[in-house]
Design a protein around this ligand. Sequence first.
Ligand SMILES: *Cc1c(COP(=O)(O)O)cnc(C)c1O
Length: 447
Amino acid sequence: MSRSGNGRLAIGGGRPVLQRNDYRNWPVIGADERRLVNEVLDSGIVAGGTAPQVAALEREWAAYVGTKYCLTTHSGTAALHMSLAAVGVGPGDEIITSAFTFLASASCALHQNAIPVFVDIDPRTYNMDPAKLEAAINERTKAIIPVHIQGLPADMDPIMAIAKKHNLYVIEDACQAHGAIYKGRKVGSIGHIGTFSLNNMKNLCGGEGGLFNTNDETFLKKGTLVRCFGDEVDEVSHRRIYNASILGYMYRNQELPAALARAQLLHLDEYNDCRIRNANYLSRELGKIPGVIPPYCPPDCKHVYWMYNIRLDPKSAGVHSEPRRFRIAVEKALYKEGMLIGQWQTMPVPAQDLFQSRLGYGGSHYPWSVNEAKGIKYNYSVDQYPVAKALCDNYTVVHGIAAPNGLDLMDKIVAAFQKVFAHLDEAIDHADDAVYPGADGKLYGTG
Ligand SMILES: *Cc1c(COP(=O)(O)O)cnc(C)c1O
């Protein structure tokens, strides 16, 4: 008999708990977005490194994060690459990041001809485990890229202390954590440089775009050069003189994304509060269901829930099933109940083919070959990251916690969980069904 009284699971032919139109899409577009985008159209200025919207976004974001300077760029990935170039990373240098993140936290090192090294994660926060950081440092290490994963600040105090001891740069990958706070400080203001993404899915959205924050004038100047071909600007005339002094790229942002991001920034705290309210509600209610493990947030941090992550544990749910298979069975059953649910990363980043094959530039094995020629070996065997590996077996993401969704949707999500967890044997019977859980792209404004 069903505890929730909802009858058969939808995956077995019953009625689903949710409909797609229970979910409302991100980003929220309102009067401020129309006003600022119209300002661009009325001005006739659509681009430029110091154009009005770009310059205003840089001022406003520096003030919000609490850094002296900010540069905007066309993606979070570009901001990360600019950061490594700005601190002087070069061929053969090693860059340390977390094993559970998005690829760009590591591929930015390859773009600067450096070699990514991964550190396993803390089993409670899913952020880089500072206790495992020092073992990854050697004489080739140049920088550490902690990632504030899914909106939760990484444990920056021990990371900064270790970096100081070894004379390393810290580039925060805050692409998922706009507005998150670590011990009273906004993320992106703690390391030498902080980076953010403005892509359509992120807590602060410009369509596409990125942000680079620093308190250091040297990094600001280097970042400015790298963003625009390495081209020098004449100090007296303020004109570009088409004399590249260093190797740069074309990483400028433009006025329409900057205007959209400025409008979203006016609502960032309100939208983050909405995510937090939804997440706390889910954590309280789902936490009552044996086998569901809600996300953890340390008391001295503000988590901004870019993604709402849960783990599924067959043992506490009282069923005999291998953890990965159990997670898949529950995902499929909830998806058929109408929920948008499914994994984000499916494996630790070092498990991806790019690192397993190390083909590099043009299949040449560069940049790894720089150090391999000196007898240094690189091994990305996934067994070195057991905590990230176990997480990727049994975590999933409950989508739909962003504004303007509220507790009415959260209630339906809780009801779907209660129904599926009252029929776990039936759900497990359908574990091999051809069902493909995940989010509808429109939920994140991706069309
Ligand atoms: C989104 C993201 C990036 C890259 O941002 P883009 O703007 O998409 O280039 C980098 N790192 C992390 C952790 C991200 O989530």
